[in-house]
Write a protein that binds this ligand. Structure first.
Ligand code: HEM
Length: 403
């Protein structure tokens, strides 16, 4: 006979602040303590529940009926507080509304439509890689991780040429806004007004170049797949979720490889491993560290009862390093590991719709460098860039030797 675990309302509390500078800079000890304390803990500072173990995070992401997104994927509960902007039709929506819009977006950004971008993305990655190898030393953030996505992605969307410098501050604002109203959010809000105006204008049909993802979203509205009111908000989803994420993804991949020279050597010998290196980097240092859900009913998770209407903080970055799932060497960056199944792109109905774009960008960059660069090393102290949701770098000075 198998015994059922006892159900308890007694939830251990954790006083540490996961949105404080110390833990945002280096969250891994906190993650370990969170996972080891209990499957579900309470963070009294914010009055929210939290989960850090892989199985519980994974199961909650898939259980959209109980862990809903429509009340916000951040700390703020849209049932109680006015959102800072009209909610996302994808990230902050539940079925049946989410289903219709997700289908339309999935038709626009699909493995097939993204394949058509491959040749162009490859040429630009190779050109940039040639230039960086020629330089010998460069900053993997400003000279690569920011530069490449900002070159290729706005063109793929069909954005106007002017004002693209607004994309990074807008993403920084949106991702900070999922967290508490702390100094990081204040700083992001301080530069927000002109940025938001540009984003709003760039989502309109007449601002978008024919053939791009943006124009294709408007065509879906013409066909009646979505409404004309929904179209600009869907373009906005691309601008919010499609830039900072890949900047952090490329930066984190380069940091992982540069600080593990044996792994660069493995990649250099077999550049076809680029896509596996990206998945392992996403697992090892997940660009999107956290998302919230709200419980639509009382639910029991691994024996702990969570009341209806609770905000629950899911630590994707912790789940991706849980030794219960990844083994005793979960903290080791190993591009030959099978990292498939990580939750860095989420899981279930909200799983990242932009994955093919993120994968294409990073694969092109890593491959182009892997064939040209024999060794890569840190040429200075990397500097963290803090954000309430994203983990990554403001600067990673690198020195490379050509192949
Ligand atoms: C390394 C890069 C990226 C990472 C780590 C990432 C991560 C994520 C995660 C974790 C989610 C799930 C959110 C949730 O469950 O609440 C998500 C959803 C989403 N992502 Fe990404 N993303 C990346 C790149 C992109 C790109 C390039 C685009 C646009 C082309 C994009 C567009 C979206 C959208 C629209 C959603 C919402 C989907 C839905 O709710 O149905 N992402 N992403």
């Amino acid at each position: 006979m198998t015994s059922q675990p006892a159900v308890t309302d007694a939830v251990p509390t954790f006083d540490d602040d996961p949105f404080g500078r110390e833990i945002l800079t280096d969250p891994y000890e906190f993650h370990r303590a969170l996972r080891d304390l209990a499957p579900v803990v309470l963070l009294p500072r914010y009055g929210v529940y939290a989960m850090g173990r892989f199985d519980d995070v994974h199961a909650s992401l898939q259980n959209w009926q109980t862990f809903v997104s429509g009340r916000g994927a951040g700390l703020s509960d849209f049932a109680k507080e006015e959102p800072w902007r009209p909610p996302s039709l994808l990230l902050e929506a539940d079925p049946p509304d989410h289903t219709v819009v997700r289908k339309a977006m999935g038709d626009v950004v699909s493995p097939r439509t993204v394949r058509a971008l491959r040749a162009g993305f490859q040429i630009r990655a190779e050109r940039l890689a040639d230039q960086l190898v020629e330089q010998g030393t460069f900053d993997a953030v400003s000279d690569l991780a920011e530069k490449y996505p900002l070159e290729v992605f706005p063109d793929a969307v069909g954005l106007p040429p002017t004002g693209r410098e607004n994309l990074l501050p807008y993403g920084a604002l949106a991702f900070n806004a999922f967290g508490p109203h702390n100094d990081l959010l204040d700083a992001a809000l301080a530069e927000a007004a002109p940025v938001q105006e540009w984003v709003l204008a760039s989502c309109q049909r007449d601002a978008l170049t024919p053939g791009g993802f943006g124009a294709q979203i408007w065509e879906a509205a013409d066909r009646g797949d979505i409404t004309k009111e929904q179209a600009p908000l869907l373009v906005r989803s691309l601008l919010t979720a499609g830039v900072d994420t890949t900047v952090y993804g490329i930066g984190n991949s380069m940091y992982a490889l540069a600080s593990n020279p044996d792994q660069w050597d493995t990649l250099h010998r077999d550049p076809e491993l680029a896509k596996f290196a990206f998945d392992e980097a996403l697992r090892w240092e997940s660009p999107v560290q956290t998302f919230f859900r709200t419980t639509s009913r009382e639910v029991t998770v691994s024996g702990t009862r969570i009341p209806e209407g609770s905000k629950v903080l899911l630590f994707l970055g912790s789940a991706n390093r849980d030794p219960r799932r990844w083994g005793a060497d979960a903290d080791r960056f190993d591009i030959r590991r099978s990292a498939a199944g990580h939750v860095a792109f989420g899981m279930g109905i909200h799983q990242c719709v932009g994955q093919p774009v993120a994968r294409l960008e990073t694969e092109m960059v890593l491959k182009a460098l892997a064939v040209r660069v024999r060794t890569v090393e840190l040429a200075g102290e990397p500097k963290a860039r803090l954000n309430n949701t994203l983990k990554g770098w403001a600067s990673i000075p690198l020195r490379v030797t050509p192949a």
